[in-house]
Design a protein around this ligand. Sequence first.
Ligand SMILES: [Zn+2]
Length: 260
Amino acid sequence: MPFFWFSRISSGLLPVIFLMLAAFPLCSQPPTQASIYGPVKKQDYLLGKFQPTQHPAFVKLSPLGIPVRGEQMLRREAADALRRMYQDLHREHPKVEFWVQSSSRNWFDQKAIWESKWNGTTLVEGKALNKSIPDPLSRARKILEFSSMPGTSRHHWGTDLDINILTNVYYQSGNGAVLYQWLQKNAANYGYCQVYTAGRKKGYLEERWHWSYLPVSKILLKDWKEEFGRNTASLKGFEGFQASGSLAPVYVESINPNCQ
Ligand SMILES: [Zn+2]
């Protein structure tokens, strides 16, 4: 009898069922523009002009049991997938070391990195580039071998992270090789993709340590191209922009085709 059935359930299980119904749509719905950008203006989000610590979609990684260096944050969806990936890696290879070295960096962090190389405060390959490469376009290309210009790094999206060690050679032997081979085989099952692979003709050099959570970053990449792909003027706001701003779309768009 329905009434009897309902009253039996309501005695104990009903709160649990309500909780499941409330939680299920959050887990199952694909991200939308509204859920991605939240309170931040779309253009500002796409360039990283906001504080991840104050955005409701961002969570800290260490409380989820993900090994980190320093404090690291990602979007909730990316963090949950990363936790599952790390747990499965750890189950299969308990002795392999894995940690998140770097995750969310906003426009202002990236501007500081870029400008210190641009004006020679930070040396690149032992040289102050403002003196060794006076030509602005050549100087920008040199910095772009190692660092991205503000607004183009993907690190501000909350979907991208750097693991362990930031050199390709680390992933050729020992701990790094086991880790990298496991990720190449399995990361896609969790939505993760290596953005800067070897063999591309343009863009940033190979980075075996940089991984991106595609279910969200695909949407952000598409929106970035629409907003700035043909209108680089609105990327302004850092030293060297006049010379290098037009390079931005090439570097953002020239990624592993499997990550697009
Ligand atoms: Zn990176």
